[in-house]
Design a protein around this ligand. Structure first.
Ligand code: HEM
Ligand SMILES: *[C@@H]1O[C@H](CO)[C@@H](O)[C@H](O)[C@H]1NC(C)=O
Ligand SMILES: *[C@@H]1O[C@H](CO)[C@@H](O)[C@H](O)[C@H]1NC(C)=O
Length: 494
């Protein structure tokens, strides 16, 4: 009896303390939200404050935005409507979902600014803070001009045969044992292709030894992203990190040193051989046209941050084709007889539409990178002051039933046959909007289409039963949702 009493009493005590802690936390979060709302008034013409979730300790909605983007995009729109506010740390971000608001916001896109370190804090800044995608003004122009010539439409078309050869070799060596049928986690099967193809566009051909070195450094960079940036908290402050997590800071330094040495080595070994982009870039860095961090962070952006983006997109493309035998067959028919190099440049092929449909259904991020206009804007009826971060809910735009129809969540590439390109402008999030559109869009598109062309020539694709049952399962270690599904590759008899 006594024991039971003690057990009950202590249970009650623990329960009460727990409740108290929780309610104080919720209470504190509410108070902080009230303060933040007062500090950053965003109201409509009736003086109604913009809705949105409460600030949450310690990172606001910063991490959910990436790690749980898909669920949150739907939940928030459901709870708060088409225009609402979230918190990145304590920085407000206005989320827009309506095409007309996207148009209004981007009407002065030339003068837009990206938020410092994307409002993601210190650790992120150490990896990517000075990269092309996140800096502004004259520094951005200089950096964009530095890399742009490599990735223009015409430059990519001149390089098609190089990309094509890499795609063919990659597909031919997909299975070192050359089995007639095998299954692989799609992401593992494809990821090295866009990675080395992109790296080659910067460094020229890489030896096996150089490839292994680069891959190893990429793993260091991805690990820091996964372990520290995506846990937020103390890693958003440099002082706190140095004090509380010296091991993380050491890991960061190891990566930074390795990355600089690798690029210096690339420059040294290539400078005699003429013009590969790394040589020019390094020279311009030494002349002071771009800073060392700008150069190294942009290389990180293009090669490492994009590894997740490209792996995600290419994996989903392969998975959707594996899922839909009919479309797969039709794409193969489209390919028969034509040259891969010609087919990959057509914007009106079924293959091109499969690529767009993949970007539509699986944008690499549920919310775009925060950006601000230097002018006041009225978005969704709310007066958004100049210089406030705005993000586009990519998922809501791409799944919008009003534009895309009732089957907006299904893979149906043929839908693009009846959409006018002009209408796509603010109804599809693919490579971003306005001036800060993706630098690598032509390159990325050609690279992925060529890969699929060779893949479909050689293999029938299907999904394992487990993959079919849980198609949307994604890993949580990356900032981009990478699918877990396994694809079965079966050699075609031709
Ligand atoms: C299918 C693959 C790809 C997709 C879906 C994609 C998507 C995007 C998007 C949406 C943005 C704009 C982000 C924003 O709002 O700030 C962007 C920017 C950027 N992308 Fe890509 N990208 C892809 C491949 C690549 C490749 C292969 C490269 C390598 C050259 C690349 C380099 C960049 C750079 C440097 C920026 C920053 C541009 C700037 O701010 O001036 N991307 N990308
Ligand atoms: C909204 O608030 C401002 C200042 O607080 C006031 O001048 C204005 O009349 C109010 N408008 C409405 C519609 O209540
Ligand atoms: C917005 O930011 C720009 C550049 O940082 C600055 O020049 C301008 O004064 C700011 N505008 C307002 C209204 O704060």
């Amino acid at each position: 009896m006594g024991k039971l009493f003690i057990a009950l009493a202590s249970g009650l005590l623990v329960g009460t303390v727990w409740l108290l802690v929780c309610s104080t936390r919720v209470c504190i979060e509410k108070i902080i939200t009230k303060l933040l709302v007062l500090l950053h008034p965003v109201k409509d013409s009736q003086n109604v404050s913009i809705p949105g979730p409460n600030w949450k300790s310690y990172d606001g909605q910063l991490l959910e935005k990436f790690l749980d983007g898909k669920a949150r995009a739907q939940e928030w729109q459901h709870c708060y409507g088409p225009t609402y506010r979230i918190w990145s740390g304590t920085t407000p971000e206005i989320v827009i979902t309506k095409p007309e608001d996207i148009r209004t916001f981007h009407s002065d896109s030339v003068s837009h600014n990206k938020a410092r370190s994307s409002n993601a804090g210190w650790m992120f800044h150490q990896l990517l803070g000075e990269c092309m995608g996140l800096i502004n003004g004259a520094r951005w122009t200089a950096l964009r001009n530095e890399f742009a010539p490599t990735y223009t439409h015409s430059a990519v078309h001149e390089k098609i045969s190089i990309i094509s050869n890499q795609a063919r070799d990659y597909v031919n060596n997909l299975d070192p044992q050359q089995r007639p049928s095998f299954s692989l986690r799609t992401a593992d099967a494809v990821s090295r292709f866009p990675f080395f193809c992109t790296a080659t566009s910067i460094y020229g051909p890489l030896s096996d030894h150089e490839k292994e070195a680069l891959w190893a450094i990429a793993q260091q960079s991805l690990a820091i992203m996964g372990k520290y940036v995506l846990s937020g908290g103390i890693y958003r402050s440099g002082r706190l990190s140095r004090w509380v997590a010296p091991a993380a800071v050491r890991e960061l330094n190891t990566f930074q040193t390795a990355w600089e040495e690798f690029n210096l080595e690339m420059y040294r070994t290539r400078r005699e051989k003429g013009t590969v982009p790394i040589v020019e870039l390094w020279r311009h860095m030494e002349e002071g046209l771009v800073t060392k961090d700008e150069a190294l962070h942009t290389l990180s952006e293009i090669i490492f941050a994009n590894l997740d983006v490209a792996t995600g997109t290419l994996s989903w493309l392969v998975i959707f084709l594996a899922l839909d035998e009919n479309v797969q067959k039709q794409v193969r028919e489209e390919l028969s007889g034509g040259r891969a190099e010609d087919l990959c440049t057509s914007k009106n092929s079924l293959l091109a539409h499969c690529f767009l449909e993949t970007l539509r259904l699986r944008p690499f991020t549920a919310f775009s990178i925060p950006e601000s206009s230097p002018s006041n804007k009225v978005l969704g009826g709310f007066h958004v002051p100049a210089n406030t971060s705005v993000v586009v809910s990519a998922l809501c735009v791409n799944y919008n039933k009003e534009f895309w129809g009732k089957d907006s969540e299904e893979f149906r590439p043929s839908r693009f046959q009846s959409v006018k390109p002009l209408d796509l402008r603010y109804n599809l999030f693919s490579f971003g909007f306005g001036t800060r559109k993706c630098l690598g869009q032509h390159f990325g598109e050609v690279m992925m289409k060529l890969f699929v062309i060779y893949l479909l020539e050689r293999y029938e694709l299907s999904l394992t039963p487990a993959a079919r049952a849980d198609l949307n399962k994604v890993g949580r270690d990356n900032w981009v949702p990478i699918p877990e599904a396994e694809v079965v590759f079966t050699e075609r008899k031709v």
